[in-house]
Design a protein around this ligand. Structure first.
Ligand code: NCD
Ligand code: ZN
Length: 344
């Protein structure tokens, strides 16, 4: 088998950034995905109708420039999100929905990049969950307790998550970028309103890869990858064919100088290598037949979106991932990959 044709994927968690960086990273994404849930942790964060509209416009204008520069017609729909905060009212939620928001995102305070103003009291947000439920907005949660010991942060968040899901049975909730066996189990046991996203880097790395030998800043991300047994369970979930698990890459680019320094930023830039690595993983697990549902069906169905009609092709054609791309060190930099995206 030399070629794989896939329904064009949806990436249900991505960081596209702003300004010049946005155009460069978006170019990598539009070659591989048709839609993406765009994270709101820009600076400043997306919290208002005006900010959401302006960010969507910035993304769409970047897309136009990418297409005219390349003489291509990539289609890409940014699925916009806003950062949920205690100051929001049911009216703001309504307006955000009317402006085209797909989901709201919760960042616990201080947990990750640009989350200083994040949530401290999850119960205080109950009126907002209610409003989001009424508006059919999806709630995306970065599920970590920032004050817990670093590798226990996700595990300690799970009871809070469980309670929210129980109290809001009509609210669709995504536990994002799962990293532990316990989180996989919780999503499996939860009712239908709950799903979990999986990143490609958490299917391929453990904490050992980041700090077990030399310090590898470009693999450092939040939540931290954990033990190899966790990784195995994440891989099992990804290839299971269970519609509660779908792709959310959490591709999170940072310029090399912001990674290779004291106080380096968290985030793995996986967008350029997303599909080639996913094919490898599903092949290794002997579950290539489950790839398309994971990348291109279950996410759309959870979000009540039509399936993408466009397809993409990948061929077996060994290539070396560049050491650096537009000032960023991508995931698998300098390494050889077997599958290559055919640029249409
Ligand atoms: C993300 C970023 O850089 O914006 N970083 C990360 O390590 N995943 C934020 C996030 O999703 O936690
Ligand atoms: Zn993220």
């Amino acid at each position: 088998m030399n070629q794989i044709i896939l329904r064009k994927p949806d990436d249900m968690h991505i960081h596209l950034r702003q300004g010049g960086l946005l155009e460069n990273v978006l170019e990598q994404t539009v070659k591989q995905v048709a839609r993406a849930i765009v994270m709101p942790n820009t600076a400043p964060a997306i919290e208002t109708v005006n900010a959401l509209t302006a960010y969507r416009q910035e993304i769409n204008e970047s897309l136009k420039r990418i297409n005219s520069k390349a003489g291509k017609q990539y289609t890409f729909e940014p699925l916009m999100t806003f950062k949920v905060g205690p100051h929001m009212t049911a009216q703001t939620i309504k307006e955000l929905k009317a402006a085209g928001a797909t989901a709201g995102k919760i960042y616990p305070q201080g947990v990750t990049t640009n989350s200083e103003e994040g949530v401290k009291d999850f119960k205080a947000l109950y009126p907002i969950y209610e409003a989001m439920s009424n508006e059919n907005l999806v709630l995306c949660i970065h599920g970590e307790i920032p004050s817990a010991f670093c590798i226990d942060r996700e595990k300690e968040f799970l009871p809070i998550f469980k309670q929210i899901a129980k109290d809001f049975p009509k609210l669709k909730i995504v536990l994002e970028h799962l990293t532990t066996s316990a989180a996989v189990e919780l999503v499996e046991e939860s009712p239908k309103n709950v799903a979990g996203t999986l990143t490609v880097h958490h299917l391929l790395t453990t904490l050992d890869d980041i700090i077990g030998g030399s310090l590898r800043p470009h693999l450092f991300c939040k939540p931290l990858p954990k033990h190899s047994s966790d990784k195995e369970n994440l891989r099992r979930a990804a290839v299971s064919g269970n519609p509660k698990f779908f792709l959310g890459s959490d591709s999170a680019p940072h310029l090399v100088e912001n990674k290779e320094c004291d106080c380096g930023a968290a985030g793995v830039y996986s967008a350029p290598v997303l599909l080639p690595l996913l094919i490898d993983i599903f092949q290794q697990e002997n579950k290539l037949d489950k790839l398309e549902s994971f990348t291109s069906q279950f996410g759309a169905e959870f979000y009540n979106l039509p399936l993408n009609q466009e397809t993409m092709a990948l061929t077996q054609n060994t290539w070396t991932v560049p050491d650096k791309m537009h000032g960023i060190v991508p995931f698998f930099a300098g390494q050889k990959l077997k599958w290559k995206v055919v640029e249409s």
